[in-house]
Every structure is written in C-alpha cells, then in structure tokens.
Design a protein around this ligand. Structure first.
Ligand SMILES: [Mg+2]
Length: 396
C-alpha cells in the first residue's frame, strides 16, 4: 500500500536508504569467486579487531558486525576473511550518494552506507523504487529502503524489510505492526536497556507505549519521554543535512560488556573514519572532539577537547579520542563508546604555506598515503594497526 502521509503539515516523506551488507557486497560484486560465499570484512591477519560487515551467507552462521573477528572465525571458519579497502568503499559510497542526489537535495548522511532522504508527500515510494533500480543496474548493489513520515519509522521500516526490499511503515500501522515487536527494534535502544525493560515486565514496544510515565522515568530518567514517544512512532528530529548539523556523532553499545581495550580502540578508529568521512563530504572541519563512555556500573560520562586547529582528518579525530579515552577510561569492562565532533567551520582548507612545518609534513604524508591507497588499494586494518602502534594509548 502507499498512503501519502505527511506528518502534521504534510511536509515530507522520509526515506532511509541502507546498502545491504555494504563492504561485503562490494567485494562480492568485484570478485565473482566470492559470490554465494560467507565473506567477513574487518579485523586483521592476526585475527584481532572487530567485524565491519559480513555477507548474508556469513550471517547464517551467527556472524554479525562489531563482533570480535576471533569469534567470527570460530562460528564460521570457512569464511573468506578480508581486511577491507576503505578507499574503494568510499568511492563506491560516493557513487551511490550521487544517485540519491538526482532525487533530492535534502540528504542526511548517516554513515558510509546509510542516508536519509526527504521527498515531497506522495513521492516517497516511487522514488524508492527508482533508486533501487538505478543502484542495482548502474552500480550492481542492492539497497534496502524504508519509507515513512519520520526518521524513526523509516529506519524501522528498513530494518523490517532487509535485505533488498522496500519497506513502508505509516503512522496508522504503528499499533498493528510496531507494537507487537520487541523493544530491541527501537533504534538506539541497546541490549542493556532491553534487559532493563524485561526486568520490569516490558517485552513489547506496545507495552512501552502504554506504560505509566512514572515507571519509565524511574528506570530511564530523562530519556523516558523520548522512549515512550518513539514507541508511539513519534519523532520530530529534523534531517541533518551535513551543512546544517551542529555536531556529528557515532555510538556503539556492546552486546556484552567489553574488557578488551584494543577492541575499544578499533571501534574508535572506525568511528573516527566515519566522522571524518561525513565532515569531508560536507566540506566541514571540526574544532571539538568528544567521547562518551559508559562504564560497567552504567555511569556515563562525556568529555571533549578543543583541537589546536579545526580538522576533517580521521587521524586527528582518532588521536583526540584516544587522548580522551586514556584520561577517562576508568576500569574495564565498558558498555558503550561514542565519538562526537562539533563546533564546525566551513570553507577553504588552509593552504600548505599557512601550516607549521610539522603540520605541513603530516599533510604531505597524508597526500602521499592517499595517492598510494588510490593506486594500490588500502586496508582499513593495516592503517588501523599503524594508528594503534603510533598512538599514545596503543599498548602494543
Ligand atoms: Mg547497510
């Protein structure tokens, strides 16, 4: 069904476009011998680090992203393990986003493979069908698209439709479709919150919607209101097209408490790469970098620092994150790690002549590395290891 439904004033329909198993799909597209096989991208030859993406064939074995690679090897020893090629994935990502651009200028880039698009009411489903066709025919990739009236519902619609389909979830379907589902389907609600809900007897989204506000407030504090509104399908967050954003952030909740600091650092690297990518795609640089850490006792802190100069570089962001994490890491295990950049400046980069000699050297090195990566392909993890080895927080 396609009900044109604009929320309130009927301003927009929102699409969440999510490339299916992105890194693994690019590998399978470019190497026919990988097709139909379990492919796991991430980690390193030594087997440490976390899974970035895995193909649907690997998911059948229980492998999923953010899982330690070691565990993925145990679940699926026959899989093809690849370190990944960030430069190539970025190029493909830009090609996919260029397709979205043909449909609307209102695009919020969420990550290298996910974006929200806003379209006029009544045009969402047709645009989604056309986008899927073009991305498949021109780029050989499948995209799952959720269509609704806000970011929350379009995200859930896409989760329910995965892979390779269009999903719709309109406000009048919330009660029938959303309410019977587990709270785990609410974006941003981590496994620990889901357990907390279970302990107070709440096992469906409908029960959250119907819960006495006081009960939710007791367990979720100031997040209780947002939680209940989400359960009712309400979400007034505007699209943050990169140029209008005040900050960009990435956050990872761990399904089990994590005690391995190296895994935390690997997550920070991928978050720094994603944030750097989003900054560069919006031609922005950030003055501030902040981290969010949740400890084993649920205490959550945020800390930020101001950089000596605004940056859009993955490495600058990562190094600031490591400085902050080293200073505030407390004791393992950790439950959540987040990274945020803010206080943006836009416009021209400094010319090489304006830089201090040491900055100039780093800039030139980065140009050389980028050229080498373009030519020979790069490895997420090779780079990650180098970063780890050279960072003050790296312990190996
Ligand atoms: Mg995806």
């Amino acid at each position: 069904m396609s009900t044109p439904w604009g929320q309130g004033k009927g301003t927009f329909e929102i699409l969440l476009c999510d490339i299916d198993a992105f890194f693994a799909s690019v590998e399978q597209r470019d190497r026919p011998e990988y097709r139909g096989k379990p492919v796991v991208v991430g980690g390193s030859l030594s087997g440490r680090g976390v899974v970035s993406t895995c193909s649907y064939e690997a998911r059948k074995y229980g492998v999923h992203s953010a899982m330690p690679v070691e565990q993925a090897r145990q679940l699926c020893p026959g899989a093809i393990f690849l370190p990944g090629d960030t430069a190539r994935y970025r190029r493909v990502s830009r090609e996919v986003f260029a397709v979205y651009d043909r449909f609307t200028p209102e695009i919020e880039i969420v990550s290298i493979d996910e974006a929200y698009l806003a379209l006029p009411p009544g045009e969402g489903v047709a645009a989604a069908e056309e986008i899927r066709r073009i991305v498949r025919e021109e780029l050989g990739l499948s995209v799952t698209i959720g269509v609704s009236v806000n970011k929350l519902l379009s995200k859930i619609a896409s989760e329910l439709a995965k892979p390779d389909r269009i999903g719709q979830l309109w406000p009048e379907q919330v009660e029938r479709v959303l309410w019977p589902l587990s709270p785990a389907f609410l974006p941003g609600l981590g496994p620990i919150s889901v357990e907390k809900l279970e302990r107070i007897g709440i096992e469906t989204i409908g029960q959250i919607a119907a819960a006495p506000p006081g009960l939710l407030r007791k367990y979720f504090g100031k997040n209780a209101l947002t939680l209940q509104r989400s359960a009712r399908g309400i979400d007034n967050r505007p699209l943050e097209t990169v140029r209008e954003a005040k900050s960009l952030s990435e956050e990872k909740t761990f399904s089990t408490d994590l005690a391995d600091e190296e895994v935390i650092l690997a997550v920070l690297i991928s978050q720094a790469e994603s944030l750097g990518y989003r900054l560069r795609s919006g031609e922005l640089r950030a003055r501030k970098v902040g981290i969010k850490v949740r400890y084993a006792d649920f205490r959550t802190i945020t800390r930020e620092l101001t950089l000596p100069a605004p940056t859009d570089g993955d490495r600058d962001i990562y190094e600031a994150a490591v400085r902050l994490f080293t200073a505030h890491k407390g004791r393992p295990p950790w439950r959540l790690i987040g990274l945020r950049v803010s206080d943006f400046v836009s416009g021209e980069q400094l010319s090489l002549f304006d830089l201090l000699p040491s900055e100039k050297k780093e800039k030139e090195l980065q140009h050389t590395r980028d050229r080498l990566r373009e030519r020979y392909g790069g490895s997420v993890v090779y780079r990650a290891r180098r970063l780890l080895n050279s960072s003050p927080g790296g312990d190996d």
